[in-house]
Design a protein around this ligand. Sequence first.
Ligand code: SAH
Length: 460
Amino acid sequence: MTKKHEGSPPVQKNDLVEVVIEDLTHEGHGVAKVNGYPLFIPNSLPGEKIEAKVVKTTKNYGFGRLLEWHEKSPDRVTPPCYIYDRCGGCQLQHLDYDAQLKAKQKQVKDVLTRIGKLPDVSVHPTLGMEDPWRYRNKSQVPVGTRDGSIIAGFYAKRSHEIVDMEECIISGHVSDQVVQLVKEKANQLGIQPYDEIRHKGILRHVLIRYGRTSGEVMVVFVTRTNELPHANELVDMLKENITSLTSVVHNVNNQKTNVIMGNKTTVLWGREVIYDSIDDIQFAISARSFYQVNPVQTEVLYKKALEYAQLTGEETVVDAYCGIGTISLFLAQKAKKVYGVEIVEQAIEDAKKNAELNGIKNAEFKAGPAEVVIPKWHDQGIKADVIVVDPPRKGCDEALLSTIIEMKPKRVVYVSCNPGTLARDLRVLEDGGFRTVEVQPVDMFPQTSHVECVSLIELK
Ligand code: SAH
């Protein structure tokens, strides 16, 4: 291990340094050390020898800009996307896919050691995709303006400046098609794009969702105003051009916020939901439901969660943070009873409908914070053999972890989209009498630096 830096930074702004990249951050930046002082350098890769210019220093770390390579990584590849250098959507397209999978495994291992103090837990090789492109079933594309014309694309890195795009090669083809059509038509009809700074204008986002197994397509227009001008023309244009169009929805978001959708949703044409299946289970997905964005890998993830749950048909399972009941229904096939809890009421309505849709009778759903509902279940005498958690990035609430420790299930299966909070929570469970058996990273987000994991934890 390199020694930790102490005292004032050994480099200053505008210094030129020659460094070797040692690591990759969770944002996909290379890390070099100058006398133990970390410098984060975008676009550099582990093993590379580079010349960099220091652009910013703080007490504990600094940032550099890559000027020149003295030695390139054998894992460096040419990013296939034509706007990769500007768009903030992907971070790892310049790294060979196998190396991406290894980097994600290493990141999880490092964070479990550093934050979780769990150096001995086995972290398996990341389960990757055979074809790690065009995997996303959902695109939420901001709309803006440049030189008087409507543009649409994702935000540039660390900014809210829209990078206009013709295609996004991690999204489905249909999403490219819809974005281009909407741009053209909105320009023709003179629909004002939303202006984030002045909180003026109309069209904020176009959202496209499709069901991988059904082929069904949903398009959502998000506007600041209650009205979507020329709604009929937009719908007709989509009907003419998108053969598998199933649903066109209008959502109103009049708040000054980064949250994409608002509370008011109306169907302009077709159904309110589209369908998709994962393995044998069918799900109805509405505009605002949380649904995993990589359906191929979702199946891999959920199958791993099911394997870790080790169900025989006799178990009572609690699924915390259950969304529209995806994992709950997956597990219900092999369990005696599943209790799902989720904070968004609409998602719980969807979960109940999804149970019905699949004829599943042994799953019960409750809306509310997991950290409030599960302690109540515990007080009511519900005994869980297995508890599954799949929290948002901030991890599990402390009160929930304490309840899990009190409930003493035989196993906990922890699905996580943030290795940092996973490691923190695993430490709490370890100290509360559990043992982390193994961690399986699953690549849900190829070409980006996001890492998803499923972990098996047993009562000691
Ligand atoms: N297991 C689901 C959803 C996981 S995403 C799936 O795989 O599809 C995390 C979910 O946690 C979101 O649906 C979010 O609304 C919900 N959530 C966030 N905070 C919560 C809390 N305190 N209690 C219960 N659910 C919460």
